[in-house]
Design a protein around this ligand. Structure first.
Ligand SMILES: [Zn+2]
Length: 448
């Protein structure tokens, strides 16, 4: 029997990891445990409030109890400075286990059945995101570029996400950072980071069950060969400007009748669209004495009434392409866009908390905080998948900000015994009914 993924269950997964973080203090100050520092930063991200810990210290003074302790299990509420000092020496790899424990619980609890339909595969979108840049602030893990003799510092990562067509929730997996690599002369980059991730994690999935989705950057012969060597599949955007040899071949094949064309008329509920597919099998990915042969598919979508071009893209893949499978292939390929939207939200909008609360750190802090931020995002996604009450409250407070504003205000002024008690309080106050399913609701939807 797989236990339900309640908030407390998720928190215990995190606690199991953070209680074993190495303590680098030469004279350990036993008032603040490492776990308190990690849970403190996590709590700030989870409620999306830079002031959460300060408010809980106030509450502790006035009431003798606080929500940091009751909701998150933080023994002694640390200050931002203490969090910075304690977490800065921690290598981010220490925080990878919760990503996989959560994924395994979701998978084994059959919460992810909707994620395995298309192509019979897990679809994993690879997406590189730069989440920090500065001309002044930097740390040992920054990527440095010198432009006009001035250094530019940045942080980026590859955040792999399990996605599914028609499913707006994405499951964050362990990320891989673009950062200086020991013993390497070359500057690290997104593609090399993705290679490391794949070598480390491909075996976590059954042989042949993982399809990687990515943009044109990944559509690169050595990377595609690595994907195949790791017994995975790929569907990567394939642009003409970066694949001249492949497109030359497509042109020759077109003249020889070797490119298949299919048109489908599709009703969206609002308009008729014409989906025009062109596809070819076994074309060389690049000019090379030993090219990798891939299958190629292009789709052009136009509005039937106006002729307006709505969408055009092309992909290279190792999956077999058949006429009957073209539509679901393209639908699967396009789910990659979800990762861009979701990640940009998480990493860019929440960047505020990263820098303003805790500073940049000198060793690993900027990486550790992103790991905790991604875990907070993952936990919200999981609750949305698994916890009906949470989902109903979120739906009711549909504008994202409202939910968090309410959580922030409530936890500032009121004490709750647990996260579940807090959600239950919101659920009751919003007069949501456990017996009626999600919308339609009895009242008009609130706006912000
Ligand atoms: Zn840095």
């Amino acid at each position: 029997m797989v236990p339900t993924l309640s908030f407390d269950r998720l928190r215990s997964i995190l606690v199991a990891t953070v209680t074993h973080l190495p303590d680098h203090r030469t004279q350990p100050n036993r008032i603040y445990e490492m776990a308190d520092a990690a849970l403190g930063a996590f709590a700030v991200f989870f409620v999306q409030s830079p002031s959460f810990l300060a408010h809980q210290l106030d509450m502790q003074r006035v009431r003798g109890q606080n929500n940091a302790q009751s909701l998150f299990g933080i023994d002694q509420v640390p200050s931002d400075g203490q969090i910075r000092n304690l977490l800065d020496p921690i290598i981010p790899e220490h925080l990878t286990p919760p990503f996989w424990r959560v994924f395994e619980h979701l998978r084994d609890g059959a919460y992810l059945q909707a994620y395995q339909g298309h192509l019979g595969q897990w679809l994993c979108a690879l997406d590189g995101t730069q989440y920090f840049s500065s001309q002044k602030i930097h740390c040992a893990q920054c990527t440095v570029r010198v432009i006009n003799e001035r250094p530019y510092y940045s942080h980026s990562l590859v955040a792999p996400l399990i996605v599914a067509p028609g499913e707006n929730r994405v499951i964050a997996l362990e990320p891989e950072f673009v950062r200086p690599q020991d013993g390497s002369e070359k500057q690290d980059c997104e593609l090399r980071a993705a290679e490391r991730w794949l070598r480390r994690n491909a075996s976590r999935f059954p042989v042949g069950a993982l399809t990687l989705l990515g943009d044109d950057l990944y559509c690169h012969q050595p990377f595609c060969e690595l994907v195949l060597a790791q017994h995975c599949h790929f569907v990567f955007t394939c642009k003409p400007e970066s694949h001249p040899a492949l497109y030359q071949e497509i042109e020759l094949l077109t003249q020889a009748g070797g490119v298949f064309e299919v048109s489908q008329r599709r009703w969206t509920g609002q308009r008729h669209e014409i989906w025009r597919y062109r596809y070819a099998t076994r074309v060389p990915l690049r000019a090379d004495p030993q090219p990798l042969y891939v299958n190629w598919c292009e789709v052009t979508i136009t509005d039937e009434a106006t002729g307006e071009l709505l969408y055009r893209n092309a992909w290279a893949t190792d999956h077999a392409l058949t006429e009957s499978g073209l539509h679901s292939f393209v639908i699967a390929a396009r789910t990659r866009w979800k990762s861009e939207n979701e990640n940009n939200n998480v990493l860019k909008n929440y960047g505020y908390h990263l820098e303003h609360n805790f500073g940049h750190g000198q060793q690993y802090l900027a990486l550790v905080l992103v790991m905790l931020n991604l875990l907070a995002f993952l936990f919200h996604t999981v609750l949305d998948l698994c916890d009906e009450q949470y989902r109903r409250v979120r739906t009711e407070l549909a504008a994202r900000q409202t939910f968090f504003h309410d959580v922030q205000a409530l936890t500032r002024y009121l004490y709750f015994d647990s996260w579940q008690v807090l959600i239950n309080f919101m659920f009751t106050q919003l007069e949501l009914d456990t017996n009626s399913p999600s919308p339609p609701r009895k009242r008009a939807k609130r706006r912000s």
